[in-house]
Design a protein around this ligand. Structure first.
Ligand code: ATP
Ligand code: MG
Length: 670
């Protein structure tokens, strides 16, 4: 019965072309750029690379020995030099690099010249603590300027950083420190989150107590200070003489002179573990020249960066988005950006909008999970604030449901700002499928087209390439594949070449397999449909979880939905949905109103996309299991719905959520 392509059910035909005034001022507004880039990808990428500052030129643009690519062979450069020193040398030293707001409300600003001083001192401190070129340094820090300094200082001296998100447990931190063989850990006493202190140093101590022979030192930034007054009681960890050093003791005393190490284009810049939505995280490796080229180019064109912009990417540097679109991409372009340490709900649910108002943010880049949370909270919070400075909005991390997209456009963007829905992965390093805001007609829920110079296609289950120009206005559903190497592509999985080959290159020989389902419509726009592993097979039809979720989210009562296929004797799989209701539409699921609401939602989905997509079960829930980066973990919901023991939960933000769903489910099913 198996179909070999994805049936695309939901139709969405709203199109928003760029306004004339936006297009006129855009960094790129010539649609011919796609064809020009495709005609000679090597020349196109080489042109981008040549806009960086090189210490030695490359002799060969690229070399492709499947599954390994090299770019800008023979060239030497330093990523920190391009992100910091270059701006100072070219007269932009007084430009503000960071406006850093802490959760308690403290605001600090740093010019590019000041960043250079901080990073140079830190680079010298790392060297003084024994870090040499080629070593790995683990960064387990609050989201803030010091984390950016630490990343840049590693790049400056030629050490690779491995940033671990400050919400991970001691176990997860330990696993990542030992896997990377980190020589040093840079951490802080704590970080502010939700009015409380996350005790980063105590967690680091616990991680190292499990045994980490590679680690010879711990550098501790004092972010929070001793408990007293406004600082709640928290555990500051024990001081390990000979291992631990305070940042203010070691760094502040260093010289400002720390030359940038000339790095080979293919030298390792960093390792970053994926967020673990689908399984055990992978240590993704990125190198220097190609990666910097990819993030520099995409940041400039996708976000339409201008000298006058105040840019804010809300991602933590614990995720790839923070690497590529807080540190390397924007800084290589010399932007002024906002950094925010804490929760969007402190002191109130309008915190993000207050930040935009206060700092006159012009570009906002955030995640669908945040947008759906804001929808759930209600419009009154953004409506209180002046958001008129915004001129461009971005989305990343998951497919964005059309309804969330429309809300983002109307409530946050004032119907005026183009939205760039950017598809990419830790592995791709840079944005791969995205609108170009001066060119693309955007469609709610579509990431539109591969970035110029990126080549994509769709495959079927049998490994055949699908014809994307079939003329079928409904479009074609299949499995996304990337067909040409690109500069910022991963160079492997740290310590596991077999898994690298297996995960990305074995499904479709010669093509990169990202693991996502996708539809290409009659206009050639790409609609990302979620993980291939999540696609449901209902009565012989492949249905994407994303489409059913989007139908649910389009109902006025629903803020968020997660859909899974659970085993069914007759249909193969039956659709089960977990939904969170908006604050204004809360009901008790066991009450008659609750039951009526569930029946209404089932009928709603059937009416919106067809009887085949009607969910068998809908569970009203207060929360959904998510990774620490906010992505829904459907594999755990499948475990719940099929009554299995839960799989790996170490990357969950809050294990209680799935445990309570399990109890709720078991009570209901008896
Ligand atoms: P793991 O690989 O460990 O399971 P992960 O895939 O969640 O974790 P990331 O690299 O952070 O780790 O996420 C990349 C994935 O996020 C993509 O493969 C895709 O499924 C999803 N994604 C990101 N941006 C978008 C987008 N704009 N539209 C649709 N999906 C997106
Ligand atoms: Mg992934």
């Amino acid at each position: 019965m198996s179909h070999d392509t994805i049936d695309t059910l939901l139709t969405e035909d709203r199109v928003f072309p760029p306004s004339e005034s936006f297009a006129a001022q855009a960094n790129v507004n010539d649609p011919e750029i796609y064809a020009r880039a495709a005609a000679d990808r090597q020349a196109y990428w080489a042109n981008w690379a040549s806009q960086l500052r090189w210490m030695e030129p490359w002799h060969t643009v690229s070399d492709w020995q499947l599954p390994y690519a090299k770019w800008f062979i023979g060239g030497r450069l330093n990523a920190c030099d391009n992100c910091v020193d270059r701006h100072v040398d070219e007269g932009r030293g007084d430009k503000v690099a960071f406006i850093a707001e802490g959760e308690p409300g403290d605001v600090r600003t740093f010019t590019y010249a000041e960043v250079k001083t901080h990073v140079s001192r830190l680079g010298n401190a790392l060297k003084a603590m024994g870090v040499a070129k080629g070593d790995r340094v683990c960064l387990y820090m609050p989201m803030g300027p010091e984390l950016c300094f630490a990343m840049l200082a590693c790049a400056r001296i030629g050490a690779a950083h491995s940033v671990v998100f400050g919400g991970f447990s001691a176990e997860s931190l330990h696993e990542r420190i030992t896997d990377a063989g980190a020589k040093l850990v840079v951490t802080a006493d704590g970080s502010w989150r939700n009015g409380k202190v996350v005790p980063l140093k105590e967690i680091t101590d616990a991680a190292l107590a499990k045994g980490a022979p590679s680690v010879t030192g711990v550098l501790v930034y004092e972010r929070v200070g001793e408990p007293s007054g406004n600082v709640p009681d928290y555990n500051r960890g024990a001081w390990h003489e000979g291992r631990d050093q305070w940042w203010h003791d070691v760094v502040d005393a260093q010289s400002d002179d720390c030359p940038c190490e000339p790095m080979d284009a293919e030298d390792l810049l960093y390792i970053l573990y994926t967020s673990g939505s689908t399984g055990k995280p992978k240590g993704i490796m990125h190198t220097t020249g190609g990666y910097l080229t990819g993030v520099y180019a995409t940041a400039q064109w996708v976000f339409d960066l201008k000298d006058s912009d105040i840019y804010w990417c809300t991602a933590d540097c614990g995720w790839v988005t923070g690497h590529s679109y807080v540190v390397y991409g924007p800084m290589a372009n010399g932007v002024t950006q906002v950094l925010y340490e804490g929760s969007p709900a402190v002191p109130d649910k309008d915190r993000f909008w207050r930040i935009i108002e206060r700092h006159r943010v012009t570009i906002l880049y955030t995640a669908p999970t945040a947008i759906r949370m804001f929808m759930q909270w209600g419009e009154e919070y953004p409506n209180r604030c002046d958001l008129s400075s915004l001129r461009l909005l971005g989305s990343v991390g998951e497919p964005i449901n059309p309804e969330a997209w429309m809300w983002y456009r109307r409530v946050i963007g004032g119907e005026r700002c183009p939205i760039v829905d950017t598809w990419w992965q830790t592995e791709t390093g840079a944005i791969m499928i995205t609108p170009l805001p001066g060119i693309s007609g955007t469609k709610p829920g579509s990431a539109t087209r591969p970035f110029p110079g990126v080549a994509a296609t769709l495959m079927n289950e049998e490994g055949q390439e699908l014809n994307l120009d079939s003329g079928d206005p409904e479009g074609t559903g299949g499995i996304l594949a990337l067909t040409e190497p690109w500069p910022s592509m991963l160079r492997g999985i740290w310590g596991d070449p077999e898994r690298y080959q297996q995960t990305y290159w074995s499904r479709f020989p010669g093509k990169y397999f990202p693991g996502d389902g996708c539809k290409v419509d009659g206009d050639g726009s790409y609609w990302l449909l979620g993980r291939v592993d999540d696609i449901m097979l209902v009565s012989g039809h492949n249905i994407s979880t994303m489409e059913v979720e989007s139908a649910l989210v389009a109902h006025e009562a629903v803020a968020e939905a997660a859909v899974i296929g659970k085993q069914h004797a007759i249909k193969g799989q039956a659709i089960a949905a977990f939904v969170i209701l908006r604050a204004s539409h809360r009901v008790d699921p066991t009450s008659p109103e609750g039951e009526a609401r569930i029946a209404e939602l089932k009928a709603w989905v059937a009416a919106k996309i067809g009887a085949i997509a009607r969910p068998d079960d809908i569970y009203i829930s207060a929360d959904l299991p998510k990774t620490r980066s906010g992505k829904i973990m459907r594999r755990l919901l499948r475990d719940v719905a099929e009554g299995r023991a839960l799989g790996d939960t170490t990357t969950l933000a809050d294990p209680n959520v799935v445990a309570s769903l399990k109890t709720q489910y078991e009570e209901k099913e008896g």
